[in-house]
Design a protein around this ligand. Structure first.
Ligand code: 5AD
Ligand code: SF4
Length: 460
């Protein structure tokens, strides 16, 4: 592309605001990719943008209301731009769009495009239509074909640590969760396409790849030779062979889908990091059954034991929900017991919040808000203390740190330990992308301070 062409093509400003999970972060990057050929370049703020996309998440409480209030803030910006003879195309994408598409069109008629997660490949066409018509374009259907097939190959480099979507959707139907409705049925990309994308990411400078999926360890994609399907363990082994790829991770997993091949990958593949987000949600069998989690607390304990047996230094993170309908004091105590027993490096915990259209929203025995708040505080105190201890235990140890970018101070880089702990240390900029042994010297509020031993540096 000549300078002139480039100048011509990159004339429109695209602002994307991303809510929620890593899958959305990934999707936002892909939307930016599909719009680049139309001349849209990323902008840091919505003011004066030619297109604004809200990539929404439905998991959190009042998600739809937050989207409507953000739209309310954008409306005057859009009016000003349109009034000046320009045009600001406003799009709502993601799970709120999927779940509430019709309501968005009704309540915020100035929104030009509403599109669900399955239809991002059609975005350029929808933008063209919206620009032409000025009307609404609503596309939240689940087409039979996979959206992955239509997306151009990722263009924008993601940096040292990259995300790669391998699986979408969920067939588990936990009774509290909207994902099976908003993201649809499980679909796995063919292994060959994933390996090709991983190679491309590494060629663009990625040194760490996190494999993404709503239910990533349910991955079952076509094998490269077309014979049968590969599970996640097999896929990880193949990806580990890519030269220059130093670290692999995956998220989010379901305890039911941790098979022997995946456990074996944790044992055999050194680039697979010893840190796993494995949500348990509750420690009570009664609540787990009501949640339709399809496992008991002891099944979860056994999965943890198998993984620890395969890799002694593995650490865990989890999601918890407190105050699920019918949760008694004894049920909650079982959750505290399980958390105490496992000992998490880090964890997320939420008050149960009813999602319209999910079975749990209609269950009797909804737990009063005050009880939920009390339980959440107790669980979070425990989990925060476990996290503090985990970080404190790292102090004095030496760990490989993958440097990702410059730090806040001069001559400082920040990166991640194998356990995703943020680590900052004095280091030269050329070590961005390198895996370097660092002595951890201090635990701070959100990160660890480290010291690099220059003589031991390992070039990437
Ligand atoms: N209420 C509270 N938390 C929820 N999560 C999902 N749905 C709900 C809900 N209705 C939490 C779960 C899940 C995480 C991503 O969000 O813990 O693992
Ligand atoms: Fe939702 Fe995860 Fe349950 Fe699927 S497995 S329904 S994504 S909580």
């Amino acid at each position: 592309m000549t300078e002139e062409n480039q100048g011509h093509r990159l004339t429109k400003k695209l602002y994307i605001k991303t809510y929620g999970c890593q899958m959305n972060v990934y999707d936002s990057a892909r939307m930016a990719d599909v719009l680049a050929p139309l001349g849209y370049a990323p902008a840091a703020a919505p003011e004066d943008a030619d297109m604004v996309i809200l990539n929404t998440c439905h998991i959190r409480e009042k998600a739809a209301e937050k989207v409507f209030s953000e739209l309310g803030r954008l409306r005057p910006l859009q009016a000003r731009k349109n009034g000046q003879g320009g045009r600001m195309i406003l799009a709502v994408a993601g799970c709120v769009a999927q779940a509430e598409g019709a309501e968005i069109v009704a309540r915020a008629p100035y929104v030009d495009i509403v599109l669900g997660p399955q239809t991002y490949h059609r975005l350029p066409e929808m933008v063209a239509q919206a620009a032409r018509a000025g009307g609404h374009v609503l596309d939240t259907d689940f087409p039979a074909e996979a959206k992955f097939d239509f997306l151009p190959e990722a263009a924008a480099p993601q940096g040292v640590s990259a995300f790669l979507s391998v699986q979408e959707g969920c067939d588990k139907f936990c009774t509290f969760c909207v994902v099976p409705y908003t993201r649809g049925a499980e679909f796995s990309r063919p292994a060959a396409a994933i390996i090709a994308e991983a190679r491309r990411l590494v060629a663009q400078g990625a040194r760490e790849i996190t494999l993404l999926g709503q239910n990533v360890n349910a991955y079952r994609g076509a094998a490269p030779d077309g014979a049968g399907g590969w599970g996640l363990g097999r896929l990880i082994r193949a990806l580990a062979e890519i030269e220059g790829l130093l670290r692999l991770r995956y998220t989010t997993s379901h305890p039911r889908d941790v098979d022997d091949a995946l456990v074996a990958a944790h044992r055999d593949v050194p680039t697979l990091m010893p840190f796993l987000h494995l949500p348990v949600q509750s420690g009570s069998d009664r609540v787990l059954a009501a949640m339709n989690r399809r496992h008991k607390a002891d099944d979860y304990r056994r999965v943890i034991d198998r993984l620890r047996g395969a890799r002694v230094d593995i650490a865990f993170s989890s999601d918890f929900i407190v105050g699920f309908p019918g949760e008694s004091d004894a049920d909650f105590a079982a959750t505290l017991d399980l958390a105490r027993e496992i000992g998490y490096a880090q964890a997320f915990s939420f008050k149960y919040s009813p999602r319209p259209g999910t079975p749990a929203a209609l269950m009797p025995q909804q737990v009063p808000e005050a009880v939920k708040a009390e339980r959440l505080a107790a669980l979070q105190a425990l989990l925060a203390e476990q996290q503090r201890q985990f970080n404190a235990a790292a102090v004095g140890r030496e760990m490989p740190v993958l440097f990702e970018k410059r730090g806040r101070h001069q001559h400082q880089l920040v990166g991640r330990s194998p356990y995703l702990q943020a680590v900052h240390a004095a280091a030269p900029e050329r070590l961005i992308g390198a895996l370097v042994p660092v002595r951890l010297v201090r635990a701070e509020a959100n990160s660890l301070a480290g010291e690099m031993l220059l003589s031991e540096e390992v070039p990437a």
